[in-house]
Unconditional design. Structure first.
Length: 125
């Protein structure tokens, strides 16, 4: 099972360099994909900032039926802080890392800050 990092979806939505590669991964692993609530909100913030509210709506219509939207239980929020400090991660990366640890997911990302992580299976696209 895979947690898809925010940057994978943004790569596609903003039609950046690795769009095709990201789309291929998502298509190949249909049924194994998870999206954190934090990523969904981050995507919304970024798309709204770029005046692309329609793209956000289309993204939710197309993507949410195909991925499992997950969040951390309330008792795991203190773990985000601990993980952020121990692993030297900012909040968004600490959140994604904590989700992966809690649920046992592999992380799919392009964020090089995860190169230092050894106790979660991190795969870079």
């Amino acid at each position: 099972m895979y947690l898809i990092d925010t940057n994978i979806f943004l790569e596609i939505l903003l039609k950046q360099e690795k769009t095709k590669h990201c789309k291929n991964f998502l298509a190949k692993h249909s049924g194994e994909l998870h999206l954190s609530d934090f990523s969904l909100h981050s995507i919304g913030v970024i798309l709204f900032r770029h005046k692309k509210e329609t793209i956000f709506f289309k993204f939710t219509e197309d993507t949410l039926p195909k991925v499992n939207l997950i969040s951390l239980p309330k008792n795991q929020y203190k773990t985000i802080i601990k993980n952020g400090k121990q692993k030297k991660l900012d909040f968004d990366d600490a959140y994604q890392y904590t989700v992966c640890k809690y649920y046992g997911f592999k992380l799919i990302t392009m964020d090089q800050d995860f190169k230092k992580i050894k106790d979660v299976d991190v795969r870079f696209l």
